[in-house]
Design a protein around this ligand. Structure first.
Ligand SMILES: Cc1ncc(COP(=O)(O)O)c(C=O)c1O
Length: 433
């Protein structure tokens, strides 16, 4: 499809939803409201088709001397190109695939650990998902490193950048930081974090899992050393991705089996990859480019310096970000108006650019799991607990009381779904009184 198919170029959520078979089902007579997207998104039909086609037409191991193996090599190469385009990476060789972000982060952190000495320091934040905390804590334990923590403000939901500056020194070797919190929804100033890390000679390892479905990423503009994401959070299958600067991917000592290629990025990819998943990754990126072609032109002024699919992807993510602000606003305003509901994170409606629409709340007198279950009974899918953002819930003092309820729309959700969700929360909260 081309941009001319939508002459008005405004965001059309019905057209978007038409591409997602899961969104067009009813279960027990009720259409599910998928508001569990921070835990994983639904996929367009084209992603399902690409995976199916791979398994029929190209299913083989890589680097063989026959047709299906050659097609598999092409599938892998196409997925690298697609991810390099999505992240604006300088080369497809700087894209590493693996089972998920957590496994890749353990993998890369161990390799970094082989270059560190006792007394070296790593910086982690209390706003991070544990996938970008635990690998560094365990590395510190194994190599006698010192761990420095950075807080967030429990009132404003913002990262403590001054606190980060205060713990950095020439002993700091890694700064691990989340791009957008999968609990509070806060988007961090990653350019600033990277600059601070580089000023002391440290590597910046950025977790973009939560941010990737919500906004444009440019690893070159950010100058990050590593940036990790997961395709199942941006409308693709269960595949993890790490962008790494080539100089690091080439020089760091990878844990690998001896017969595997020594070249980058193959030396980082342990075992056989999820080839059908990689076919799906390419299709997910193509889908996001389609969003840009269809609905992105109004955002063209903010997207300069990109061509072809890279430009379409940036336009698509800008269109998504603009639409999602309407969802954030409706959610925050709606929840704040319900008696007995408490929100955490950025609630300033003038600061919606600084957050993704992931919103956490509690209902007075009710366990978060009970609230989530009552919403689930109404066909409204939300999460509860800590969603592995363990330090966030500990810092909020809510870890021992069941954490918080999390509602997380993406661009395929509608204002009607948000209203349905709010009405259900009103009922659940009202039952209390
Ligand atoms: C912010 C963030 N980081 C990391 C992860 C872990 O990703 P994966 O499941 O790919 O290991 C998640 C998953 O919820 C997440 O939200």
């Amino acid at each position: 499809m081309t941009a001319t198919a939508n002459p008005e170029r405004t965001f059309d959520v019905a057209a978007v939803r038409g591409r997602f078979p899961a969104l067009n089902q009813t279960i027990d007579g009720v259409p599910p409201a998928y508001l569990d997207n921070p835990g994983g998104t639904q996929v367009p039909e084209s992603v399902i088709d690409a995976m199916r086609r791979y398994l029929i037409e190209a299913n083989a191991n890589s680097h063989g001397m026959f047709r299906t193996s050659r097609l598999t090599d092409e599938t892998i190469a196409a997925a690298r190109e697609a991810m390099a385009d999505l992240l604006n990476a300088p080369s497809p060789r700087s894209i590493v695939f693996g089972p998920n972000m957590t496994t890749l982060t353990f993998h890369i952190s161990r390799a970094i650990g082989r270059t560190l000495r006792p007394g070296d320091e790593v910086v982690v934040t209390r706003m991070d998902h544990d996938a970008n905390v635990a690998p560094w804590l365990l590395l510190a334990r194994d190599h006698d490193l010192v761990v420095r923590w950075v807080d967030f403000d429990t009132q404003t939901g913002r990262l403590d950048y001054e606190g980060m500056a205060a713990v950095l020194s020439e002993r700091t070797k890694v700064v691990a930081c989340v791009y957008a919190s999968n609990a509070l929804g806060t988007i961090n100033d990653i350019r600033r974090v990277v600059e601070m890390a580089h000023a002391v000679g440290a590597l910046a390892y950025i977790d973009a899992v939560q941010y990737a479905p919500h906004g444009p990423i440019d690893v070159q503009a950010l100058d990050v050393d590593f940036l990790a994401c997961s395709a199942y959070k941006f409308f693709g299958p269960h595949v993890g991705i790490v962008y790494g600067k080539l100089e690091h991917l080439e020089s760091l000592p990878a844990y690998k089996v001896r017969p595997a290629p020594d070249e980058v990025p193959d030396r980082w990819e342990t075992g056989t990859q999820n080839h059908e998943g990689l076919a799906g990754v390419t299709a997910a990126v193509e889908y996001l480019a389609w969003v840009g072609e269809q609905f992105g032109e109004p955002h063209a002024a903010g997207v300069r310096g990109y061509d072809g699919r890279r430009r379409a992807l940036k336009l698509g993510l800008h269109a998504i970000k603009a639409y999602e602000k309407t969802l954030s606003r409706a959610l925050i305003e709606g929840l704040q108006a319900i008696d007995g509901v408490t929100l955490r994170g950025i609630t300033d409606l003038d600061a919606l650019d600084d957050r993704v629409p992931t919103v956490v709340f509690n209902v007075e007198g009710q366990h978060p799991a009970d609230v989530a279950a009552k919403l689930g009974e109404r066909g409204i899918y939300v999460w509860d607990g800590n969603y592995y953002a363990l330090s966030v819930m500990e810092h909020l003092g809510l870890e021992d009381t069941g954490g918080m309820v999390r509602v997380g729309p993406v661009h395929y959700n509608t204002l009607e779904e948000i209203e349905r969700f709010l009405q259900a929360v009103r009922e659940v909260a009202g039952a209390n009184r």
